[in-house]
Design a protein. Structure first.
Length: 161
């Protein structure tokens, strides 16, 4: 069973006095899918939470589904299940919970985005006018975290486990 991580707080590189808060629960959910063995495929989902002025508060990470395409070095999320979870959460929160971004794993200790990751994120950013969070979890537990401003995704930090 994955260990419980404390919540993590990062500074927003685009807006002064603004933070990105990741609660423990989504981090714990993501940790279940670390690629810490050769037979493990990439995994991922979406990040849900709240926009509080310029702050982003991640409270939920959806889990991989059977309809997702998972291989050792690639992950393609099937939208249907993840979208259903987002819609349920949005309704349950009186329409305050929002889609904040995407997460997935990489089979590397110090994760970094591939050119395909960046290309996919740019597509998301074209559809979303507001800042989006992108997280990549490495097998060590380190997290590469990026935040968008327009179509530009900037690395905020690599958080060590």
């Amino acid at each position: 069973m994955p260990r419980m991580r404390p919540p993590l707080i990062w500074k927003n590189p685009w807006v002064a006095d603004s933070n990105i808060l990741f609660e423990s629960e989504p981090l714990k959910s993501m940790d279940q899918y670390r690629q810490d063995a050769k037979e493990k495929s990439e995994a991922g989902g979406i990040l849900l939470g709240y926009r509080r002025n310029s702050h982003l508060h991640v409270t939920i990470a959806t889990l991989p589904q059977p309809s997702d395409q998972r291989q050792r070095y690639s992950f393609k999320r099937s939208p249907s299940h993840h979208q259903q979870v987002a819609l349920r959460q949005w309704r349950a929160s009186q329409m305050t919970m929002d889609y904040l971004g995407e997460w997935h794993t990489h089979p590397e200790s110090n994760p970094s985005p591939s050119s395909l990751d960046i290309s996919e994120w740019k597509k998301i950013c074209k559809e979303q006018a507001r800042p989006m969070v992108f997280a990549i979890l490495g097998w060590s537990g380190d997290i590469w975290l990026g935040l968008s401003s327009g179509e530009v995704v900037s690395q905020c930090v690599v958080a060590e486990c």
